[in-house]
Write a new protein. Structure first.
Length: 294
């Protein structure tokens, strides 16, 4: 009886050992299969992401040198503001007589502005000016010039309003703020009245300051403060008319004026103009009343 019981127990132990070994092999095989499946799923996910990005890049390529690429590079470096200087193309002018002979002269104040992207690389600003007085009118010179059309959000125009373009402005692209200014004309301040030597199309009511900042003067009382000092126009305006708006007006109307002693032209640049100069990497020259990029 004891012998039979021992045989049964021995057989049972052997059976249990076999079951344990089989169970361990099954678990090991299951673990390997699970690991393989897991790795395969990870690889598939990575391949899917790469394929998605590749398709997106093909569908929406970022052009080299574009505003979008500059914005991406800036963010990669932890920068969210980009300051740029755009050198304006100005038409040469020999002096005051040349400017008076070829360009209209208006007394006007900007009352609105609009900045938009015009292509992947460029944006610009259009200003709406209210013309208080046309001091002198000349035929439109650049009838064959191609130019960007004004932005629709500045329309309609009243009878006393014109539109003036400016290369640059401030705009946000992909979370990055771009400040772009033309070194010859660092923008217009909406609280300032100007005298502009302007090529004005009376039909479209679009005017361009083709001579650049030498044709822009800030009105301060009766005194005209040049945007860019030390030019032929500003020098002759000072020597002939003492920087007086009234004397310039009288001369343009064929009247005489008792030329006052040239009035010093104090720099009264708007704070916004000075800030924009500094944003663009320049320094404000108070004596010359101009932005210096040296």
């Amino acid at each position: 009886m004891g012998l039979k019981l021992g045989i049964v127990l021995t057989g049972t132990t052997q059976m249990l050992n076999k079951i344990r070994k089989l169970t361990r092999r099954m678990l090991s095989a299951f673990s390997r299969r699970s690991a393989v499946i897991g790795i395969a799923l990870v690889l598939l996910a990575i391949a899917g992401i790469i394929a998605f990005k590749s398709v997106s890049a093909l569908q929406n390529p970022v052009e080299p040198g574009s505003l979008e690429e500059i914005a991406q590079n800036a963010k990669a470096q932890g920068t969210y503001e980009v300051n740029q200087i755009v050198t304006g193309t100005r038409v040469g002018v020999d002096g005051l007589d040349d400017a008076v002979s070829n360009y209209s002269i208006v007394l006007a104040q900007p009352i609105a502005s609009s900045t938009h992207i015009t292509d992947p690389f460029t944006f610009m600003t259009w200003y709406k000016f209210r013309v208080y007085e046309t001091l002198s009118s000349r035929p439109y010179l650049c009838s064959e010039c191609s130019s960007t059309q004004p932005f629709s959000d500045l329309f309609p125009l009243n009878a006393d309003e014109i539109l003036v373009p400016d290369a640059g402005g401030t705009i946000v692209v992909d979370g990055v703020t771009f400040n772009r200014g033309e070194s010859t004309i660092p923008g217009y301040d909406l609280s300032t009245t100007y005298v502009l030597f302007i090529d004005l199309n009376s039909a479209t009511k679009i005017g361009t300051v083709r001579v650049g900042s030498v044709g822009v003067f800030v009105k301060s009382g009766d005194t005209l403060v040049p945007r860019e000092a030390g030019t032929a126009i500003s020098g002759e305006l000072s020597s002939r008319y003492g920087n007086s708006l009234n004397c310039l007006r009288a001369s343009l109307n064929g009247s005489s004026c008792s030329t006052p002693t040239p009035t010093p032209t104090p720099c009264q640049a708007a704070p916004a103009v000075i800030r924009r100069c500094e944003q663009l990497g320049g320094g404000w020259d108070q004596e010359a009343c101009a932005c210096s990029y040296l």
